[in-house]
Design a protein around this ligand. Structure first.
Ligand code: GLY
Length: 379
């Protein structure tokens, strides 16, 4: 699957180490759904959790190059386990795109499995059904408790879910999915991306009238701060929307967000969990934000002309190389995570300064891009 190109030695080294460690991890994790590595072992979440696609997605990326059957077998088992979640649809939030792009859509793209194609289309239907016509946004979450009023919440993370909708329009010949994806991303450009390229995590709309009520801090430090993983979701999601639609507004917004992200990186190129923290708050890193942004920046570099591509490719390579050299747990057999120092949810005190499965996934995806792999599941 890889193109013939000059791949830096460190990329091949990192790839081999990621492959070796992941094959070892399949023995304990199997078709579980890892999230954060606590004291060296990945905790295994319920299959309805948003991150259920990242482990099988990473297995598929590594399988595409290595053709190691052990990876394929486990990835297929994970996909089958998700059927229960798809059937019992009441537990599905907007994260449907994260979950089925990296499982069923990956399997369809790599192996042409018809059952997987149908699962991905079914998932796209559930995602499309979350669209709020008045506010032109995809609703983020279902109510978590009886009196929860979150019908008006849309979140920046959902920018990464729209590729499932673009694909569904192509696969079915029905433009409705794409209309919804574009309407949501237009809302992102209008209501989430600030003039300086930073973004809101959550925006609350009146679900009946569609009126914007305000921004909410969510996983960032505060409403007006700049959560780094949210910034990375915006950067990558906007670039993917440009890839799928060719709309200039998405490219312009993606560049604005990319410039903000790059300008705020610390010396080792791996972001803190929020770019706007008061001095008394500990500046933990979020390596996952770095990995997500790096893969997005590599796509952005492909989309702009030859005068600009170095602006995005250079920082992407620096982030990935720093993650490999300074954050990788390659020689630590007691640590299942590939990339250390991720922060999942600082405001709720959850999983701070630990390996996260999405950090591992996007690190491997970034390497796959540097190796010239053409099958990137969001595209
Ligand atoms: N809410 C998904 C994330 O933690 O990025």
């Amino acid at each position: 699957m890889a193109e013939d190109r000059n791949v830096p030695a460190w990329v091949e080294e990192a790839w081999d180490k990621a492959l070796e460690k992941t094959i070892r991890n399949t023995e304990r994790i199997g078709s579980g759904f890892p999230h954060a590595s606590v004291e060296g072992k990945y905790d295994l979440a319920e299959p309805n959790w948003w991150m259920a696609g990242f482990w099988p997605g990473m297995l598929w990326l590594l399988y595409a190059e290595s053709c190691d059957e052990r990876l394929k077998t486990v990835a297929e088992q994970c996909e089958e386990r998700l059927d229960g979640v798809l059937d019992e649809y009441t537990r599905l939030d907007h994260d449907i795109g994260f979950m089925w792009t990296l499982t069923s859509l990956a399997s369809w793209k790599l192996l042409g499995n018809e059952v997987s194609r149908k699962r991905a289309l079914k998932a796209a239907n559930f995602l499309a059904a979350r669209f709020n016509l008045a506010g032109r946004y995809i609703r983020a979450w279902n109510p978590w408790s009886e009196n929860d009023q979150n019908a008006g919440f849309a979140i920046i993370d959902c920018s990464m879910n729209t590729p499932l909708l673009y694909w569904a329009s192509e696969a079915s010949g029905d433009p409705r999915y794409r209309h919804i994806a574009e309407a949501h991303m237009d809302t992102v450009v209008q209501h989430f991306v600030r003039a300086d390229g930073s973004v809101y995590h959550i925006v609350d709309f009146d679900p009946w009238t569609g009126e914007r009520r305000g921004g909410i801090g969510g996983q960032g430090f505060a409403a007006e701060s700049a959560w780094s993983r949210g910034t990375a979701w915006a950067l990558y999601g906007l670039t993917l929307s440009y890839h799928h639609t060719g709309k200039q507004a998405y490219l312009d917004a993606a560049k604005r967000v990319a410039h903000f992200f790059i300008a705020n990186l610390p010396e080792d190129s791996v972001p803190h969990w929020d770019f706007r923290l008061p001095p008394e708050i500990v500046k933990y890193r979020d390596s996952s934000a770095g990995a997500i942004a790096a893969s997005g920046l590599l796509l952005l570099a492909e989309k702009v002309g030859p005068l600009e591509d170095h602006l995005y490719r250079g920082p992407a390579e620096r982030i990935l190389e720093s993650l490999y050299r300074n954050y990788g747990a390659w020689d630590n057999a007691e640590e299942e995570g590939l990339v250390t120092h991720g922060t999942s949810h600082y405001p709720e005190g959850r999983n701070i300064d630990v390996p996260l499965i999405y950090g591992d996934y996007y690190f491997v995806e970034g390497l796959a891009r540097l190796k010239g792999t053409r099958t990137i599941f969001w595209e």
